[in-house]
Design a protein around this ligand. Structure first.
Ligand SMILES: CCC(=O)SCCNC(=O)CCNC(=O)[C@H](O)C(C)(C)COP(=O)(O)OP(=O)(O)OC[C@H]1O[C@@H](n2cnc3c(N)ncnc32)[C@H](O)[C@@H]1OP(=O)(O)O
Length: 510
């Protein structure tokens, strides 16, 4: 085939046009952008260099084999990316699709730049399975590459449509997933398959829609109102992370003072009264810098990135507004993954503790609360980035350990003057130790006086000045001094030597 300039231009035009008009129209009716428009609005103008545009160029109806891959810059920083074109066989993966995706992840890994996945796909192209599914460079190799790259380069996914079966694992292996409400879904079997296998009648939305994954399963991290919002999440996520694991996270050019929040007034003295730890974090961090992750899932624990004097930190806080801030199986998992993410990418960790401990009872025991708690404590132990634990109100029981208490090599444990650190709260402790004696006191007022006296003794035992005197806490600071204290302590910890254990890896509780 001879190719003059005009013929080449025609070839390019055809490849760039995507699939049939009816599929473009169907997408537009759902408010979905064409994959090439998504790429164009995400990356810096003129920065995209496409790879594999001519994949399947001689085949009918398979332009670029339904996926766009290449390199670009976002806010001036390099990335590799892939974007499924759902106008071509519903974005399903043919043999060339798979090869293109494998190549671009390998390129991201070897050039040490973030990998961005813009997903909208029916998963494996069932009609072509022999060419794409089982082989050494079949679809499995995509996941192998994602796992290899995990923690080495940032991997972020925006999900705009379905992500079916094998396709659902691409988002699952990413650090975070942004899902567009109403259009995005992830599932291992379609609704038709589910009905065939189990008899359950369901829909893609009810089974694997954005709300399900962002609020219930925890597989999704950001529920987005629109495609533009999802692309913003990708941009914002990358702005907190280094280009790869060997680099520090990017500092902001200018730090803004935090939103005015009276931190002292925000924390009620009574442990029975809740307060919003997200507001507390915003009162400490540079203005507008708090970027919450998984805001709708396991809400008793708050996680997210923020900046202190321009420097990135990862925040893990207990939120007493939800379930009293008690740790459950999902919140333990949420913390575990976030701590691993921060540790992998050199993001120092700030723990804001107001934790009554882990949940107790038969329901959580059956869910494996011990296993999930152990997983969180493993992540805290293994994290070698600078970590500072601030006991904002309380740290009780194994909650102290899970929030990077003194035994977990924090760079500092800081307490506010009203903070309490104890094996459990006073009421529970008096009940645990004196239940028999209390039951033996017949007179009600005598009983009340006995309990009050034991409580007072207990409170004295855990007095925060005593704990500072014993070097359990490194500093007691007033709320208005806390930001400056944290900025100075994180700066001092920045150059620390980071080793934990010499071995291949631990046998982690999962
Ligand atoms: C690793 C293991 C795996 O990944 S196995 C993959 C299993 N995948 C599936 O079961 C998903 C099957 N597809 C679907 O459920 C739907 O197509 C979804 C993704 C919901 C999209 O629906 P919708 O937007 O209405 O598109 P559509 O069904 O009209 O399809 C458009 C054209 O694409 C084709 N298509 C779709 N999925 C596949 C597939 N997995 N393999 C091969 N072809 C597929 C359809 O046949 C249709 O083709 P045509 O344009 O009519 O020629």
């Amino acid at each position: 085939m001879t190719l003059d300039g005009e013929a080449l231009e025609q070839l390019r035009k055809r490849a760039r046009a995507g699939g049939a008009d009816k599929y473009h129209a169907a997408n537009a009716a759902k408010g979905k952008l064409f994959a090439r428009e998504r790429v164009a609005s995400l990356v810096d103008d003129g920065s995209f260099v496409e790879d594999g545009l001519y994949a399947n160029a001689l085949a009918e109806g398979l332009p670029a084999d339904g996926v766009i891959t290449g390199t670009a810059t976002i806010d001036g920083r390099p990335v590799c990316l892939m974007a499924n074109d759902s106008t071509v066989k519903a974005g399903s993966w043919g043999a060339r699709t798979v090869e293109k995706i494998i190549r671009i992840i390998e390129q991201a890994y070897t050039t040490k730049v973030p990998m961005v996945y813009l997903v909208d796909s029916a998963g494996a192209r069932i009609t072509d399975q022999v060419e794409l599914f089982p082989g050494r460079r079949g679809a499995g190799k995509i996941f192998w590459n994602q796992v290899r790259a995990s923690g080495s380069i940032p991997q972020v996914c925006a999900l705009f449509g379905p992500s079916a079966a094998g396709g659902a694992y691409i988002p699952a292996f990413c650090d975070v997933v942004a899902m567009v409400d109403g259009n995005a879904s992830m599932y291992l079997g379609s609704d038709r398959m589910v009905e065939m296998v189990t008899g359950e009648k369901t829909t893609l939305e009810a089974m694997g829609g954005a709300r399900v994954h962002c609020a219930e399963s925890g597989v999704g991290h950001f529920l987005c109102r629109s495609e533009a919002d999802a692309l913003d999440v990708v941009r914002r996520y990358l702005s907190y992370l280094p280009t790869n694991w060997t680099q520090p996270p990017p500092a902001a050019p200018a730090a803004e003072a935090p939103t005015k929040v009276d931190l002292a007034a925000l924390v009620p003295a009574s442990e029975r009264q809740a307060f919003d730890m997200r507001r507390y974090a915003k009162g400490l961090l540079d203005q507008g810098s708090f970027f919450e992750i998984q805001a709708l899932w396991a809400k008793e624990l708050t996680i997210g990135f923020g900046r202190l004097d321009g420097e990135v930190v990862g925040v893990v806080g207990n939120n007493s507004m939800v379930k009293g801030g008690v740790l459950f199986v999902d919140s333990a998992d949420k913390a575990t993954r976030f701590v691993q993410l921060c540790d992998a990418f050199n993001v120092p960790l700030l723990f804001l503790s107001d934790v009554p401990g882990f949940m107790v009872g038969s329901a959580v025991e059956k869910q494996g609360i011990i296993r999930h708690g152990a997983k969180m404590i493993t992540a805290i132990s293994e994290a070698t980035v600078p970590k500072i634990c601030v006991v904002v109100r309380k740290a009780y029981g194994a909650g102290l350990y899970a929030m990077a208490g003194p035994g977990f090599e924090p760079d500092a444990t800081i307490a506010l003057p009203t903070a309490k650190i104890a094996v459990m709260g006073a009421e529970a402790a008096v009940n645990a130790v004196y239940a028999n004696k209390v039951a033996a006191i017949g007179d009600e007022s005598e009983r009340a006086a006995f309990v009050a006296a034991r409580r007072e003794e207990y409170e004295q035992d855990i007095d925060i000045v005593r704990l500072a005197g014993e070097l359990v806490v490194d500093a007691i600071v007033e709320p208005h001094e806390l930001r400056t204290e944290l900025i100075r302590r994180f700066a001092a910890a920045r150059g620390k030597d980071r080793h934990f254990a010499t071995r291949r890896h631990g046998v982690t509780p999962v």
